[in-house]
Design a protein around this ligand. Structure first.
Ligand SMILES: [Zn+2]
Length: 205
C-alpha cells in the first residue's frame, strides 16, 4: 500500500466512523484496515501532526483541514461503489469492500465524467449521498422508537451489517418495521436482530 492510498483509507475510515458513531477510535480503524494497533497509533500521530485529526480522549475527529481532504476521497469511494454495482455487477453487500483499490485509481479530474456516464447517481448503493456535503435528515435505528420507517442509508458499510439487511431485502428505500424490546429487530421480508452498534449505523426516516 503506498502513502496516498494509506492516507485516503485512514481519512475514509475516520470519516465513516464519525458519520455512523459520532467519532472514530484506534481499535475500530485497526479492525477495518487490518493493521496492528501500534501502526494505527503511529499513523494517527502523523495525521495529528499534519493538523488533519484531533483527539478528545480516545475519540478521533477530523479537523476542518482533514474534512476538506476527506470529501473527495468519500465521493470517489461512493462513485466507485456505484460503478462496482452497475458495471461489474458486484453484489450490493460487497460493493463497499470490493472497491478499495478501484476508488484510489480514479483521478479526481475524471470523477465528474464517471458520474455523468453512470447516469448521474445521487447516492451510493447504500444510500449515502455522492456529494458528502449533502445533509440528509434521517435518524439512526438506535435513536428511534419502535414503529414503521423507511431505510435511508447505511453509514457504516460493514459487510456483516449489509449481509443482514440483504437477507431480509431491506435496502435503502425499503419499508421496514423496527421493534425494540430486549433486542433490536428489523422486520421486512423476514426479520433480523441487530446490535446497538449496528443500529447506530443504519439510518431511517
Ligand atoms: Zn456505499
Amino acid at each position: 500500500m503506498n502513502f496516498k492510498n494509506n492516507l485516503e483509507d485512514y481519512l475514509k475510515e475516520i470519516y465513516n466512523n464519525i458519520d455512523a458513531f459520532g467519532s472514530a477510535n484506534e481499535s475500530m480503524i485497526s479492525k477495518r484496515l487490518k493493521v496492528s494497533m501500534p501502526t494505527v497509533s503511529e499513523y494517527i500521530d502523523k495525521l495529528r501532526n499534519r493538523g488533519l485529526v484531533k483527539s478528545i480522549g480516545r475519540d478521533i475527529l477530523l479537523t476542518d483541514k482533514g474534512l476538506k481532504l476527506a470529501y473527495p476521497v468519500i465521493k470517489r469511494h461512493r462513485v466507485a461503489e456505484v460503478m462496482a454495482l452497475k458495471i461489474f455487477e458486484v453484489p450490493w453487500e460487497e460493493t463497499d469492500s470490493e472497491v478499495m483499490d478501484l476508488e484510489h485509481a480514479i483521478n479526481d479530474k475524471y470523477v465528474p465524467y464517471v458520474i455523468k456516464n453512470l447516469g448521474n447517481p445521487e447516492k451510493c448503493p447504500h444510500g449515502n449521498p455522492i456529494d458528502p456535503n449533502e445533509k440528509i435528515n434521517d435518524k439512526s435505528i438506535f435513536s428511534v422508537e419502535s414503529g414503521n420507517y423507511k431505510i435511508s442509508r447505511i453509514t457504516y458499510e460493514d459487510i456483516s451489517i449489509l449481509k443482514k439487511l440483504v437477507e431480509i431485502n431491506a435496502l435503502p428505500g425499503s419499508e421496514v418495521r423496527i421493534e425494540k424490546n430486549d433486542t433490536i429487530n428489523i422486520i421486512c421480508h423476514g426479520y433480523v436482530s441487530i446490535s446497538p452498534k449496528e443500529a447506530m449505523a443504519i439510518k431511517v426516516f
